[in-house]
Design a protein around this ligand. Structure first.
Ligand code: ATP
Length: 336
């Protein structure tokens, strides 16, 4: 029998990138990244601060100039504008993706599907600027929050607010969603619930690319992981394979500048299956006043001046800074 007849019905990934590269001046923020996400799959993208994770999301969704190819369901979209990619079924969340405090949950979702341009303005005048019937409800169903549609964000738990942030990206037929630190600030229990919801969303056929520093969340929910360091993929595979990969351990732990307390270090050791601490050696410190964070954006983004992350209630957050400087604080206190 011909091989063609026995081949799987569709081998085309939902998302694939080929040699995706981004340069910011002398910095190679993404270098030749080949990555795939299938429908219904949760793929993690991890790496130390400044490794290029957010840049990758920016490049895939069209928010930064990139070389290489981005394909959605086998169709090239790398020449399309961000809103065309959004219309094609690709959506993202932002690290600082606060909800509108004065709007209800449903209204927060409705504004996410507002069209742009003159034709859209005309359409909005005619329709009263309402999204098509049912799309907001569908997205809320996907994250299990239909019954809080009329509440305001401050009436929700932090975990629910984070899920509203995800729902906002799911509105309007999203097939692929790229989540940039969606669980930042959640404690262990909330993070676990959040992970369960992500799995439920993926089970509907939506592909998810997940960036998070919460290693227990990522290792728990992801089918596969890619590890970035200095803009390059240094490892990829199942969570079990990644935990055993010496290059990954070196990228995270090589400089021993893990910003974490004893408890968090213990969880990291358990997650990665390596020993970070030696007896009698103090926890690594990240304090290094005056040193700029490697993830500070040269486009003018200033360090917040906040203390390095030290919230021990947060679950296994895993920020690293290669020069011992203050980790990127973005996403620390953010809302979804
Ligand atoms: P974090 O985990 O801290 O969010 P990250 O892995 O998402 O980090 P990026 O934010 O993608 O890393 O940054 C990758 C590199 O590109 C860093 O060296 C960063 O300083 C640089 N960079 C990112 N955005 C810009 C920009 N708009 N202009 C210039 N340089 C940038």
């Amino acid at each position: 029998m011909s091989d063609l007849l026995t081949a799987p019905a569709s081998a085309t990934p939902l998302l694939s990138t080929h040699a995706l590269s981004v340069r910011y001046g002398g910095v190679s923020a993404n270098a030749d990244i080949d990555l795939t996400v299938d429908a219904g799959e949760i793929v993690g993208l991890i790496g130390p601060n400044g490794a290029g994770k957010t840049t990758f999301v920016d490049a895939v969704t069209g928010f930064t100039r990139a070389k290489g190819q981005v394909l959605l369901d086998g169709t090239r979209v790398d020449r399309s504008s961000p809103h065309k990619r959004r219309n094609a079924g690709m959506a993202r969340t932002w690290q600082a993706g606060e909800l509108f405090a004065d709007l209800t949950v449903a209204q927060n979702l409705a504004v996410a599907v507002q069209r742009v341009g003159l034709r859209a303005l005309f359409f909005d005048v005619v329709t009263g600027s309402k999204p098509p019937a049912g799309v907001v409800e569908q997205a809320l169903d996907l994250v299990g929050l239909r019954d809080v549609a009329d509440r305001r964000p401050d009436e929700l738990t932090l975990g629910q607010q984070k899920l509203v942030g995800v729902a906002r990206a799911l509105v309007g037929g999203t097939r692929l969603v790229l989540l940039d630190e969606p669980a930042a600030g959640l404690d262990t229990h909330e993070s676990r619930l959040f992970g369960t919801e992500l799995r439920r969303i993926a089970s509907t056929g939506i592909g998810i690319l997940l960036i998070d520093h919460d290693m227990s969340l990522v290792l728990d929910v992801c089918d596969r992981l890619y590890v970035l360091d200095f803009g390059r993929v240094i490892a990829s595979g199942s969570p079990a394979e990644i935990q055993d990969d010496p290059a990954v351990v070196a990228a995270y732990l090589g400089s021993a500048e893990v910003e974490a307390d004893e408890e968090a270090l213990a969880v990291v050791e358990e997650s990665l299956g390596v020993e970070v601490r030696s007896p009698g050696v103090e926890s690594p410190s990240v304090e290094s006043p005056g040193v700029e964070s490697p993830s500070a954006k040269s486009s003018g983004e200033e360090s917040s001046g906040e203390e390095p992350h030290s919230d021990t209630t947060e679950s296994t957050r895993y920020d690293t800074a290669r020069d011992g400087s203050e980790p990127d604080s973005s996403g620390k206190a953010e809302q979804a």
